[in-house]
Design a binder for this molecule. Structure first.
Ligand SMILES: NC(=O)c1ccc[n+]([C@@H]2O[C@H](COP(=O)([O-])OP(=O)(O)OC[C@H]3O[C@@H](n4cnc5c(N)ncnc54)[C@H](O)[C@@H]3O)[C@@H](O)[C@H]2O)c1
Ligand SMILES: O=c1ccn([C@@H]2O[C@H](COP(=O)(O)OP(=O)(O)O[C@H]3O[C@H](CO)[C@H](O)[C@H](O)[C@H]3O)[C@@H](O)[C@H]2O)c(=O)[nH]1
Length: 328
């Protein structure tokens, strides 16, 4: 009995592989290595290089490894890129997820855990959003993920498949013992870019927009430590294995930080100043998104252990130093 992790060579997926392996689970990773890295995959897992849309391959992996659960991270993840290449995002995130779900149903997979996103809410306002808040994605990325949620909901009604769609807020940081982190080339995520700038790998960081209706005018997000996010996946896996119902759940801390506040924390934790340039708004960006994650806490028993922006940034810095030594 194995767990199939798609996108397991990527940032978040590689942490899931570690979380599963640490529990003694048998893990198969399917990843086409478009943005992932084979060296990020724990040697305790089997890595298969291939595409999630290859239904014959997925069917073979399910049969050969006795896969009962698929945890689906593979996808395209950059909000502004989805604005310039919507059809590419709908193909990789929606059409190919449909193929993967079809292979899961055909192969008799029992449980499916899906990487959804806070981007499904869109213009959320400053109040924390719960799962039944208005779904109004502002970007093709958010829409591509919402459509995947809808497909899962319908497939689960028609077939013996139960699922958890976890809506992640902004994931950051790295494995506390330094085994994985974000290695994405040309990364666009705020904490990764800020840490690269603090370590002198970029000349400056640009703040996208200072005229949002937020306390300091810069956009507000709910940053969650990747290890806490993985704990929510492991809790969702246990919930489904124990016969629990399908669910959609937010995974965030319920506390928002503005871009300026995040940059202050990076400066403080790293102990140096770096150049910050003020720029205009980035297409597809909502002003603020903060989670109400009561459902994950009550239904899954999820209890975060790293809810501390300084710790998140500290782990991101430690990982970045590791990458610099590795590439030296
Ligand atoms: N990073 C965040 O803050 C965040 C927030 C919400 C949701 N998510 C979701 O989490 C998931 C993982 O994101 P990440 O930050 O680890 O990104 P990532 O780019 O590091 O990981 C994605 C992985 O999927 C692989 N992949 C992409 N398309 C594939 C395909 N067609 N077939 C096989 N493999 C493929 C890539 O090679 C990569 O290893 C994504 O679905 C993303 O939408 C991320
Ligand atoms: O160099 C930068 C990078 C980012 N930002 C700002 O920082 C905030 C956070 O941006 P990120 O790119 O780090 O993250 P997003 O909120 O755009 O999106 C991330 O979180 C979402 C969920 O909230 C999605 O799921 C998505 O996959 C993931 O990339 C945004 O206001 C952005 O404009 C900057 O000002 N400068």
């Amino acid at each position: 009995m194995s767990v199939l992790v798609t996108g397991g060579a990527g940032y978040i997926g590689s942490h899931m592989v570690l979380g599963l392996a640490d529990r003694g689970e048998s893990v198969v990773v399917l990843d086409n290595l478009v943005t992932g890295f084979d060296w990020l995959v724990s040697p305790q897992a089997v890595l298969v290089q291939g595409d999630i849309a290859d239904q014959a391959l997925v069917g073979r992996l399910i049969a050969e490894h006795g896969v009962e659960t698929i945890v689906h991270f593979a996808g395209s993840v950059v909000v502004p890129d989805s604005v310039s290449d919507p059809l590419g995002y709908y193909l990789n995130n929606t059409v190919k997820t449909r193929d993967l779900i079809a292979a899961a149903v055909a192969g008799g997979v029992k449980q499916f855990i899906f990487s959804s996103t806070a981007a499904v809410y869109g213009m959320a306002g400053l109040e924390p959003v719960s799962e039944d808040s208005l779904l109004q994605p502002q970007s093709p990325y958010g829409r591509s993920k919402l459509m995947s949620e809808m497909m899962l909901e319908d497939a689960a009604k028609a077939h013996p498949l139960r699922y958890a769609a976890l809506r992640y807020f902004n994931v950051a940081g790295g494995d506390p013992s330094g085994r994985s982190g974000q290695a994405t080339k040309g990364a666009t995520h705020l904490i990764k870019v800020a840490v690269e700038t603090a370590l002198g790998r970029r000349a400056a960081i640009e703040v996208f927009g200072d005229d949002y209706p937020t306390p300091d005018g810069t956009a507000v997000r709910d940053y969650i430590h990747v290890t806490d996010l993985i704990a929510a996946h492991l809790a969702a896996l246990d919930h489904l294995r124990n016969g629990g119902d399908s669910l959609v759940a937010n995974v965030g801390y319920g506390r928002g930080y503005s871009v300026r506040e995040v940059l202050d924390v990076v400066r403080r934790v790293h102990g140096t100043d770096f150049e910050i340039r003020q720029g205009g708004r980035r297409p597809g960006d909502p002003a603020s998104i903060v989670a109400n994650a009561d459902r994950a806490r009550t239904l899954l028993g999820w209890a975060p252990a790293h809810d501390d922006l300084e710790q998140i940034v500290g782990h991101a810095i430690a990982w970045e130093r590791h990458l610099m030594r590795r590439n030296a």
